[in-house]
Design a protein around this ligand. Structure first.
Ligand SMILES: C=C(O[C@@H]1C=C(C(=O)O)C=C[C@H]1O)C(=O)O
Ligand SMILES: [Mg+2]
Length: 426
């Protein structure tokens, strides 16, 4: 990190910081890859803080501070197109957009660590120079990660087993009446721990145990951190190609490989779960239709995790120019994997049934650049506030859904995060 500090200070010292230049300057430096970026992030006091460890590559981003903000996906995209810089952020479940250009971004790939520091020419030159120098100092801050295991006590639950089963029954009745074909109900459960839970420690433990996922963290301020480990991609775009997927339909996973295989065979042949998945395929394909010139849906496969396994169909498409991330976000989020189908009817049902605001749960977080953008779906997630944690989990309700089985499904999904606190790691 000293290497990065030195290289960046040299650049900042010689930069003119001309008054009222509208442009953003990016100062860049690189060094060989280090271990996890989470100890660095844990050592920071600058907010917002953002972290995204990608699912299918070694790429990982950690960012602090904010130089510019964008309250719509369109304005974020315009900025990215004009400047060729990166923005981070996303959309809440109900599509409120928050994107920003951070002050400092660390990006790690297989073998390199890149640091980029941004300075805004539209700001006062003296204060921008100072802000840049302050950001460079953060590179030497780092706090060792600590274990997170501790006793938890359940505090509040938006739906207990009985209420959940009533919600599911109401949904199945509405499906039988023909109001909609799928709705994804969710629950929020709050727990109290004896000591404060550190979001970075928690996520580091999740990275160890919940492999095969995107790991994300977003903290707007020191009081509240949104974290999670999701198996689900919203989309990844490389120039004009996008890769998305229908991830829906669930069976149990345990430490018993024979049992897991039995569950997998059942999942792959169960019509109710296949229907859950196919409705997501239909939703994504219909919503992308206007923006693509070719679209392929892959064969059904399995996405196996620590506590659950899912059906997955990969979807690959060629976008029509001008390859718009904003259009993709608006077209497919929230997919029928987290909302339902038809969407409007399903969302109305959720508004009248769920007794909490989802905010960032089942939203999307990612990064946007001119040529490459990637967003995950923020399920398997939680809010951490001091010694309290609120965990979210949902399940797709379709014709044939059995309330008690859907209850077990959401309890298993939530356990992916909760067992990090309550069980012994390896
Ligand atoms: C809504 C969630 O997961 C979604 C619902 C699934 C299902 O019902 O089978 C599977 C994966 C996700 O599409 C969640 O984990 O909160
Ligand atoms: Mg399900």
């Amino acid at each position: 990190m000293e290497q990065l500090q030195h290289a960046l200070s040299e650049q900042v010292k010689t930069h003119p910081f001309t008054p009222q230049s509208p442009t953003i300057t990016a100062f860049r430096a690189e060094m060989p890859a280090v271990g996890s970026l989470l100890p660095w992030l844990k050592g920071q006091t600058m907010f917002p803080q953002y972290y995204l460890n990608f699912r299918d590559s070694a790429r990982c981003i950690a960012a602090i501070g904010k130089v510019r903000s964008f309250s719509s996906e369109i304005s974020a995209q315009e900025f990215v197109r004009q400047t060729d810089l990166l923005v981070v952020g996303g959309l809440t479940f109900d599509k409120r957009a928050t994107f920003w250009l951070p002050r400092m971004v660390l990006e790690q790939t297989d073998n390199k660590l890149y640091a980029t520091l941004y300075a805004d020419g539209a700001q006062n030159p003296q204060s921008e120079r100072q802000a840049a120098l302050d950001a460079i100092k953060t590179l030497s801050n780092s706090t060792a990660l600590s274990p997170v295991r501790q006793p938890l006590r359940i505090d509040t639950q938006k739906a207990d087993e009985n209420r959940w089963c009533a919600w599911v029954k109401k949904a199945v009745d509405a499906i039988e009446r023909g109001d909609f074909t799928k709705v994804v109900l969710a629950n929020e459960t709050g727990f109290v721990a004896s000591n404060p839970i550190d979001g970075k420690d928690f996520l580091a433990e999740s990275e160890k145990q919940n492999t095969g996922c995107y790991h994300f963290l977003y903290a707007e301020n020191p009081q509240r951190t949104f974290v999670g480990s999701t198996p689900e991609r919203l989309f990844a775009r490389h120039n004009g190609s996008i890769q998305t997927e229908a991830l829906a339909g669930t069976a149990a996973m345990s430490e018993d490989p024979i049992q897991n295989q039995r569950e997998a065979a059942w999942l792959l042949s169960d019509p109710k779960n296949d229907n859950e998945n196919l409705l997501v395929v239909q939703d994504i394909c219909d919503n992308l239709a206007n923006y693509v010139r070719r679209l392929d849906v892959g064969e059904v496969g399995l996405k196996q995790l620590r506590r659950v396994q899912h059906l997955r169909r990969r979807i690959q498409a060629e976008l029509k120019p001008p390859f718009s991330d904003a259009a993709c976000l608006q077209a497919i989020h929230p997919t029928a994997a987290v909302s339902g189908l038809p969407q409007k009817k399903a969302l109305d049902f959720l508004k009248n049934t769920e007794n909490f605001d989802r905010t960032w749960y089942a939203g999307t977080l990612g990064v946007m650049t001119k040529n490459h953008s990637e967003f995950c779906v923020t399920i398997r997630s939680a809010f951490i506030e001091s010694n309290k944690i609120r965990v979210f989990a949902g399940a797709g309700i379709v014709a044939g859904s059995v309330p008690l089985l859907e209850w077990r499904e959401i309890e298993r999904k939530a356990s992916g995060l909760l067992t990090l606190l309550t069980h012994h790691g390896e």
